[in-house]
Write a protein that binds this ligand. Sequence first.
Ligand SMILES: Cc1ncc(COP(=O)(O)O)c(C=O)c1O
Length: 374
Amino acid sequence: MPLFDVYPLYNVTPVSAKDVYVYDETGTEYLDLYGGHAVISIGHAHPNYIKAITSQVNALGFYSNAIQNPLQVDLADKIEALSGCKGYELFLCNSGAEANENALKLASFKTGKSRVLAFKNGFHGRTSAAVAVTDNANIIAPINAQQKVTILELNDIVGVKAELEKGDVCGVIIEFIQGVGGLDQATGDFFEQVFTLCKANNTMFIADEVQSGYGRSGKFFAFQHYNVTPDIISIAKGMGNGFPIGGILIHPDIEAKYGMLGTTFGGNHLACAAGLAVLNTIEKENLIDNVNEMSAYFIEVAQTIPQIKKIKGRGLMLGLEFDFEVGDLRKKLIYDYHIFTGGASNKKLLRILPPLTIKKEHINQFFDALKKAL
Ligand SMILES: Cc1ncc(COP(=O)(O)O)c(C=O)c1O
């Protein structure tokens, strides 16, 4: 049976990996500055992660959400401790889209309203409501287009105010650093004013931290660079270092009811073991400090390369903008220099999303290759 052909593929077949390197079937080593779409947080095949998953699967890999699962409680406590988000409650699911789907559903349950405000170039996933609030007409099927969504420009505070005052908006969903769109960020003033307007209009403020969360921005969450308190925070990607897990942190003002949300696989034992190993490693290896140090170094070197017209993003969620489309450059970096990088909707942008364990030597390896490739 052929595979449903929805992905344009590079001709590389990874079979193993270690920290920031991936190896193909011939043993060729690739430097991974993409982390499989910002997923690899603590590095590939981290020994603590392997140990935690292996011992958990030997004990109990899965049981449903109908029994006590203390691993979920441990995971929730650890997220609270490391993120500093006190008092929130955790609902676990399996992916970023699912996290946002549940976030939007909760916003609608809580407010009794159904329209959502989202932003130009935003990406929130491919399920029903998540894709409807994503700014990409090509991936919105007619069944998704029925949702009531208004897309505004980032920083259009006048527009946000006018829409919220109509009284029918259940949620505003926003990435504090846009991922797929191309690393654009609204101003701090904008984020803070949107938050205040949400409060005034009984609208849930939803921070999509699926890509920017878990230390990638240089703080546990990217919204923590600003003075806002989201009602719902969605998480996934770096949370499981490759194990499928997602979730939402829910402000205590939103009251849970039995049956309101639910999932078969979400929060299973194996996923929680993976999630706990990730958080323990982020803490033990001071990875958020490393993000800030490596980010500063990366930016410092990038500034010396004249072909780079703009450096976007924060932490280890960075974009290098050129005055040409980077498709061929990415191919050259993979096939000639064995380095994975990412693209974005902005075709002139090279996306850099390495494991949070990256060191200066890897950054030097990248820039040496980039200079030659240019
Ligand atoms: C900001 C953001 N939200 C949501 C998603 C969707 O996550 P997933 O692919 O796990 O469904 C992504 C994926 O790229 C993302 O970058």
